[in-house]
Design a protein around this ligand. Sequence first.
Ligand SMILES: NC(=O)c1ccc[n+]([C@@H]2O[C@H](COP(=O)([O-])OP(=O)(O)OC[C@H]3O[C@@H](n4cnc5c(N)ncnc54)[C@H](O)[C@@H]3O)[C@@H](O)[C@H]2O)c1
Length: 383
Amino acid sequence: MKIIVLGADGYLGWPTSMDLANKGHQVIAVDNYSRRNIAMQTSSEGLMHTPNLEERAKIFEEVSGKKIDVRIGDLKNYRFLENMVKTFKPDAIVHYAEQPSAPYSLKGYEEAHYTLKNNLEVTHNVIWAVLEHAPDCHLVKLGTMGEYGTPNIDIEEGWLNIEHNGRKGKFLFPRAAGSLYHTTKVLDTDLLWFYVRTFGLRVTDLMQGPVYGLSTTESDMDERLLPNFHYDDIFGTVVNRFLVQAVAGVPLTVYGKGGQIRGYLNLKDTLQCVDLALNNVADKGELRIFNQLTETFTVNELAENVQKAGAALGLNVEVKSIPNPRKEAEEHYYNPKYTGLMDLGLKPNLMTTEVLGEMLKIIIKYKGNIDNEKIFPRVKWNK
Ligand SMILES: NC(=O)c1ccc[n+]([C@@H]2O[C@H](COP(=O)([O-])OP(=O)(O)OC[C@H]3O[C@@H](n4cnc5c(N)ncnc54)[C@H](O)[C@@H]3O)[C@@H](O)[C@H]2O)c1
């Protein structure tokens, strides 16, 4: 397939670009380095230095013999994106290119405005480029489980059948996001649904849980191909953050009571899910939604898992509850359905002590780079 990966320099975009190129697809990888710039502005740089996208593609070609075509540019610029879609005529676009940090989106007016503008404009531009120049192209868009929030009913895969006053209808599952970033993803889904039902686009919206992991088949070929790995309060996802805290010898910072339940998945499974979505194309006029997670944990359970994995390597890991900087339920019902991707063939790589241990071993190599100042929450919206 001819595939464009948007946000290809990101935590998920880079491993995805390599995975798809390795599988023999023709890949264009696009990014504007906005995450690197925000990370620099907010002192949230990753644990290890990662070469830029051009350099990464060169290293990947040296070790694998496979080519990734890199384009640097801002996807808010419609002409830049349009030109690429018009000339390349992709079979699929994988859209990761958003500002994905909840704390950053609530840091202040400028950050909130940037997040809203960036995320919605990029999604809207992608939709238009497809509509105008590749109407058959399959758009695989990364959404988030955070769109649903934590409702007191089971979470279906995107859609809900409702019976009301004796009549029945099928609606998008109600959304109640807990941050402005997550709200932009809700708005993305609404935009996609409008254009799908009006102009017959083919879209898969993947409601993904927090991802953890470092190693993939391709990054195992050369450590310079590792994804960017953040452990700070802005870009670090909770498992990655806990593992770095375990190595740094600082207590794992559980926000509040720690009863928050989320659905997690291994980076390797993100790659599998995207691959499965690409190989099982959504119909024309279909907004297909999958919940992309493989298991659920409370934050306390995660902390215990990391403690166990740390102990197996001789690390003495402490856990400490700190005031919750976020406005969120700390104890709640949570029962998301996630059978769609399993039905397509997803074979989960679960969060075993061994898997966490392997991550810890990589992090230990970079222990000297850990900056404890980056670990504690700097943005609060639970006023
Ligand atoms: N990582 C997770 O745990 C997780 C969980 C659920 C959903 N997601 C979603 O997956 C996607 C990727 O997440 P990630 O963790 O890889 O984030 P990331 O920030 O590492 O990657 C996003 C990339 O998009 C690029 N980008 C942003 N705006 C752009 C623009 N206007 N033009 C060009 N490039 C632009 C950034 O520079 C960055 O490299 C996001 O949409 C996020 O919402 C991620």
